[in-house]
Design a protein around this ligand. Sequence first.
Ligand code: NAP
Length: 306
Amino acid sequence: MSQIYARVALIGLGLIAGSMGLAMRRAGLAGEIVGTARSAETRAVALERGLVDRVTETAAEAVAGADLVVLAVPVGVMGELAAEIADHLAPGATVTDVGSVKQAVVAAVGPHVPEGVHFVPGHPLAGTEHSGPHSGFAELFRNRFTLLIAEDDTDPSAVDRLTRLWQGMGANVEVMDAPHHDLVLAVTSHTPHLIAYTMVGVADDMRRVTDQEVIKYSAAGFRDFTRIAASDPTMWRDVFLTNKEATLEILGRFTEELFALQRAIRTGDGSHLFDYFTRTRAIRRGIIEAGQDTDAPDFGRGGAKT
Ligand code: NAP
């Protein structure tokens, strides 16, 4: 694979940036990768693990001379970081991000991107419940989608170049607008996470009643919820604070369906339950057929990674 950017700056060196650094280095997609993070410890681990070629103490130093800048920090701090780097961006550079929410990032970062610098927000639909500089791995994006956001005035060549970078890291790339992204993700990721957090919270309350039995006899359904509910608290707090409308819309629909199922259980309406579960089973088959998961008993996790 040939080099796509001469210098990439990674702002934040956690799961996503670390995986990008490893994937880019392995495929030779960047001439040099410079990184920065809030703590000296994270920066040291990033160097030690070879996530980047070089680290800097500040984001302003990291972006100097970079032709691609990746904001890979929690969504809630992207705006302030964009303000910090604005005066240091090279003309013609592209700024992108990997945040799980897109409208809020566009609103927070967009105004700081100077004339002559491209802004192409992005979101890799790949992750695990682990975070920090030790958690990244080069294969994270393989056969996963990365969604890029383009507006009418976005330079197509900047989108094309970033598309080739993500493809070089193994991802399938699609372009869409930010509101659509946020609605799709509210259905496929954000609301399911909230439900998992809730279920594990309920079980935790029960555990106090049932003397640890929830943990001891943890069955597949609950175990899968606990994995999702172990995801990074900062990241997920920011997701719900910033994708408020779409999440509330989907939660409203979820609650209606839940009441319908609750009524079916109460009234003994077996055919309602059976038909519902038949329909949902087909969705699982569709995901497996689309190559986005496997039907192995551990859901293809092979340990902790999804
Ligand atoms: P992570 O592993 O927790 O890493 C976050 C990084 O951001 C850390 O290196 C942290 O530095 C740095 N950071 C935090 N606040 C900062 C600040 N104020 N200034 C500079 N650096 C700061 O997070 P992640 O999972 O890679 O997530 C990064 C982004 O990707 C988030 O926006 C998230 O929504 C998105 N995303 C996550 C997933 C997922 O499954 N995890 C999937 C797709 C997209 P320290 O280590 O020094 O604190």
